[in-house]
Design a protein around this ligand. Sequence first.
Ligand SMILES: Cc1cc2nc3c(=O)[nH]c(=O)nc-3n(C[C@H](O)[C@H](O)[C@H](O)COP(=O)(O)O)c2cc1C
Length: 175
Amino acid sequence: MDFYNVVERRHSVRLYQAREVEQEKLQRILEAANRAPSAGNKQAYEIILVRDLKRKWLLCEASLDQRFITEAPVVLVFLASPGRNHARYGQRGAQLYALQDATVACAYAQLAATAEGLDTCWVGAFNDDAVAAAVEAPRTMRPVAVLPIGYAAEQAAPTSRRPLNDLVQNETVRK
Ligand SMILES: Cc1cc2nc3c(=O)[nH]c(=O)nc-3n(C[C@H](O)[C@H](O)[C@H](O)COP(=O)(O)O)c2cc1C
């Protein structure tokens, strides 16, 4: 699929079929995430691959009971891992770059999933501590995104966007 078709085709899907995600597709999605840029190439994030239903329920409860998390066959949890870049970048690395590294990797995974004919929904509304506990992450790591991946069981409605002339300003920020 052409890159711009992928971007156009990606919509948030909140209803999934029980159909499994093929291992080779998942592998390519994870490899795409691993190609994402990161500050100083430190890759200050971790990806937890969740298939266990009990753990998905914990993630669901940690995320305002968003049930579709339990229905997706695969859920990826992206965590900022500041310990990986702190030595080089200090507080800026820990507080900003690690979050950005995890965010970019999740965006790559999301688009790769679309390219594979799969669907996703970025979940960010969660209790950090509860998500961290669900995946048994150490306290030093901060959950950034939960990404259910599967085959859609609904036709997602395209969403609107701000017009470019509102979003993009030439040279200065409008007051
Ligand atoms: C940082 C972030 C957090 C989000 N959190 C949630 C969420 O908790 N639950 C949900 O259903 N969608 C969530 N979304 C998906 C957005 O609602 C969705 O991307 C937006 O409405 C645009 O729709 P589209 O993805 O179909 O283009 C989140 C997206 C982002 C980027």
